[in-house]
Write a protein that binds this ligand. Structure first.
Ligand code: PLP
Length: 329
C-alpha cells in the first residue's frame, strides 16, 4: 500500500497503459476500489465525496422529468442536492422506507439506517419495485449490511464516515451490482472530473484495515449508551437501529440541547459521524424544518463507554449550578 501522486504515466511504445492520466484512474484509487468491491460484493467506484457519488448516479441514470422516490428522513444533504437539480428537471417524492416505494418512481433511494432518524428500509419491498434501487449504507457499513445481496442495484457510502474512519479524508463510493453500470459511472466520473484524489484514497485503504473492529466496538458502546439514555429522565426519546455507532436522542428543547453541546468535555461538539472520536450535535442548526429542536445526534467513537457515559450524564444535568450559592447569600 503506497500513494502514487502522479497525474501522468508514460506511454510504452506510444501506447497508453492501465494508467495514463489521473482523472481516468490512478493506482491508489483502483486498489481502494478493489477492497471496497470485495466488502460489498460488487464493482466499486470512488468519488471525491459521498455527495459527488450521489451526483454521479443521478446524472448517469436520470433525465429531466424523472422522479426519485427518496426515503423520508434520509441525510438532509441528499434532498438538498436533489433540490439543486430540480432546475434541471429532476423531481423527487419522499416516502416511508419501512413500506413499499410509490409506484411512479424511476429510481428508489433508501438509507440504512437513515441519518438522523435511524429507520431501516424494507429492502424486499424495494427490490420488488421495477425501478433501480440504491441503498445509502453509510451508517450500516458492509460489516452489517450488504444490500447487493438483497436485490439492490447500487450501494452508496460516504466513505468520509466509517470506511475511512478518522475524520481526515473526504470520499464517496458507489458499488454496482452490474459491470455495465460500473462502466457507465466510470465514464461519467471521468467526463465530469468528480473522482477522488490519491491521498484520501490511501487514508481510506488504511482505515479499511480496522473497519470491522472499529464498528463492532462502536456498536457495543452505542448499544450500551442507548440503553442508559433511554433510562435517563432528561431524555424524551432515543433512536438506535441496533447496528453501528450512530444514534440520536431528544432533550426537551433548543436550550437543553445547547446546554448539552456546551457541557461535553470528552465528546466533541462537531458535525459528521463515523470517526474514532465521539461527536455530537443538535441537528436543528442545519435542518430546523424537519428535526425537533432538542434532537441530538451522537456518533459513538472508540473511547471507553464509562468515560462517554460520565460525560453525557454530566451534560444532561440541567439543574442550575448551586456550587457558589452560599457565598452569595
Ligand atoms: N450519506 C449520508 C448518510 C451521510 O451522512 C452523508 C454525510 O453526512 C453523505 C451521504 C454525504 O457524504 P459527504 O459528506 O462525504 O459528501
Amino acid at each position: 500500500m503506497s500513494v502514487d501522486r502522479s497525474t501522468i504515466w508514460p506511454y510504452r511504445d506510444a501506447e497508453p497503459g492501465e494508467f495514463y492520466y489521473q482523472r481516468y484512474a490512478h493506482p491508489t484509487g483502483v486498489e481502494a476500489e478493489h477492497a471496497l468491491g470485495r466488502l460489498d460484493g460488487g464493482r466499486a467506484l470512488l468519488f471525491a465525496s459521498g455527495t459527488a457519488a450521489a451526483t454521479a448516479v443521478v446524472l448517469a441514470y436520470l433525465s429531466p422529468g424523472d422522479t426519485i422516490a427518496l426515503a423520508e428522513g434520509a441525510y438532509f444533504g441528499t434532498s438538498v442536492l436533489f433540490d439543486e437539480l430540480e432546475r434541471w428537471g429532476l423531481r423527487y417524492v419522499e416516502f416511508d422506507q419501512t413500506e413499499a416505494p410509490p409506484e411512479r418512481a424511476d429510481l428508489v433511494w433508501l438509507e440504512a439506517p437513515s441519518n438522523p432518524f435511524l429507520t431501516m428500509p424494507d429492502l424486499e419491498a424495494a427490490a420488488a419495485h421495477p425501478a433501480p434501487v440504491l441503498v445509502d449504507a453509510t451508517a450500516a457499513t458492509p460489516v452489517f449490511l450488504r444490500p447487493l445481496e438483497r436485490g439492490a442495484d447500487f450501494v452508496l457510502h460516504s466513505a468520509t464516515k466509517y470506511l475511512a474512519g478518522h475524520d481526515n479524508a473526504l470520499l464517496g463510493v458507489v458499488v454496482c451490482q452490474r459491470e455495465d453500470d460500473a462502466a457507465r459511472l466510470h465514464e461519467l466520473r471521468t467526463r465530469t472530473g468528480i473522482g477522488a484524489a490519491p491521498d484520501p484514497a490511501y487514508l481510506l485503504l488504511r482505515g479499511l484495515e480496522t473497519l470491522e473492529v472499529r464498528v463492532r466496538r462502536q456498536t457495543e458502546t452505542a448499544t450500551d449508551l442507548a440503553r442508559r439514555l433511554r433510562e435517563h429522565p432528561a431524555v424524551l426519546m432515543v433512536r438506535y437501529a441496533g447496528i453501528g455507532g450512530l444514534l440520536s436522542f431528544d432533550v426537551a428543547g433548543a436550550e437543553e440541547a445547547r446546554h448539552v453541546e456546551t457541557s461535553l468535555r470528552v465528546i466533541t461538539n462537531a458535525t459528521s459521524l463515523g470517526g474514532v472520536h465521539s461527536v455530537l450535535e443538535a441537528r436543528a442548526r442545519w435542518e430546523p424544518e424537519r428535526v425537533p429542536p432538542g434532537l441530538l445526534r451522537l456518533s459513538v467513537g472508540l473511547e471507553s463507554p464509562e468515560e462517554l457515559w460520565a460525560d453525557l450524564e454530566k451534560a444532561l444535568d440541567f439543574r442550575p449550578n448551586v456550587s457558589g450559592s452560599s457565598a452569595a447569600e
